[in-house]
Design a protein around this ligand. Sequence first.
Ligand code: ADP
Length: 373
Amino acid sequence: MTGIGTNGVSGTGASVTLSSLEKTYDRANAAKAVDGVSLDIRSGEFLTMLGPSGSGKTTTLMMIAGFETPTAGDIAIDGKSVVAMPPYRRNIGMVFQNYALFPHLTVEENVGFPLKQRGVPKAERAKLVAEALELVHLPGYGARYPRQLSGGQQQRVAVARAVVFKPRLLLMDEPLGALDKQLRENLQLEMRRLHADLGITFIYVTHDQEEALTMSDRIAVMNDGKVAQVGSPEDLYDRPDNRFVAGFIGESNFLPAVVRGVENDMVVAEYEGTLIRALCPGKTASGQTVMLTTRPERLRFADGTWTGSEGQHNRLRVTVTEAVFAGERCRYMLQAGNGTSIVLKEPSSAAIRRRAVGERAEIAWSVADTILV
Ligand code: ADP
């Protein structure tokens, strides 16, 4: 049997190499929509470009697809430059936010459209369309028109249409953006399953960090036309390279400090008279002003019964300024030193004493969870 799906006949995914890619739309104002993006996307990988609106995600995707021409740099698919190749010859599947189904064609005709364009004979077409509809869990929907489907179903049809011709690369631009939260979450898991079933390369664009963390093998965080960091979801969350990534993915606390000593990959920095140890993958020197960051759920109140091993934890005196019970967690706003605000999130438990506003406390957190950015 030939076909898409778990049998793996669709083959492996394409690799995509972006080299110093640039795009300037308006030469008069010269602002770069994409500003020197270099990225190696591996064969069969689920790579997400994540970033705020206007950071250059869509422009990058459109250049890979061939709908926009780079101002500078190169795009190679499986090692061959495609910059001079028209979109239809790149053989890439695409899914957009606004489904873009033909309203006057049935589901079957919509999904079969790319095959018809490629001159695939009718009988083969019917078989491939049926397989694609099965893959997106819509068998038996072939005779319906798009208006007879829900938003989620329409998007599944768009996905079926994008993979029916067995591309080795699928590009998706905010495909779940128009759907409600519950449906989005279901479809996020389906996208992962689809990726595993097809074994092809996915490049996915979103501004939603949770979506990116849930689905991706790796995430390229975009800011201002540049890649701020690329790594696995865990890498980005636990070891952000810079302040933008630390702030954009999840919630972060920031403490301005001055480096007092450097030992191997660890720094000792002073914040308002308190010495704090942090991991530091890059170079720093004594006297340098730095920013230390840590996650709210990695902090804990250190007074009472808690004892942490000395040397492996940082400690800081704070005042509670806000205490919010939020079901599974309690969220505290704390103030340290000269007024730096710190967020602490604690799992709620009847066994843990709640802190009151105005209370003085000591907090502690692991050195391993303290990153210099
Ligand atoms: P994102 O997908 O991250 O929201 P875009 O790639 O759409 O970012 O946009 C990056 C920048 O390029 C923005 O400043 C945007 O206004 C600009 N831009 C995007 N498309 C065009 C266009 N067709 N003409 C002119 N400027 C554009």
